[in-house]
Design a protein around this ligand. Sequence first.
Ligand code: ZN
Length: 214
Amino acid sequence: MGKKIALTFDDGPSTVTTPKVLEKLKKYDIVASFFLIADNINDESEKIVKECIAHGCEICNHAKTHSHMQTFTADEVREEIEYTDRAIEKITGYKPRFFRPPYIDVSQTMYDTINLPFICGIHGEDWEDSILAKERAEMILSQACDGSIILMHDFTDNDETVKALDIVIPELLAQGYEFVNISDLFKDGGVEPTVHSGIVYSNIHDTEPREPLC
Ligand SMILES: [Zn+2]
């Protein structure tokens, strides 16, 4: 079987940047997965989410308020996740299958409470304004391997990441990678992602739990 990899974007939907990302996905005829912040979903931004779904993209959970959740009680954690599940299900017709913790901050309470696999990813520090497209792309390409999850951000005005896609995508295609959604990355790799395990996947073959902050 060929090499597979998943491109993922956090912190949208953005009416400014998400359409630019979708344009790149269409240009190369590939799909990606979007981890949405529920508080960013409104009538206007919902339209671009629907366009991403129509293109074949997967929609996942990045919590409601994008807080440092490691200090949250079980009830507060549940509210963040369930609110976002409902907001996404209203648009997609399905419950999100994966969760990415904001800032990758995790606690034992989050591990115990959230009934979804936790996802991290290989990245190019694309939230830093000082790091430009080429450097973002090089960092990602130096880490990419079969089963990797690539973590990028489609928050408003993150144009260096939009530019980085024109380096990352053609290079990985040339190396023989197929871009798939996160669900398919696990399924095609024959891996059942675990829940309540403390594993925060950057590659589907990860097995080591991540130490909780508290
Ligand atoms: Zn985020």
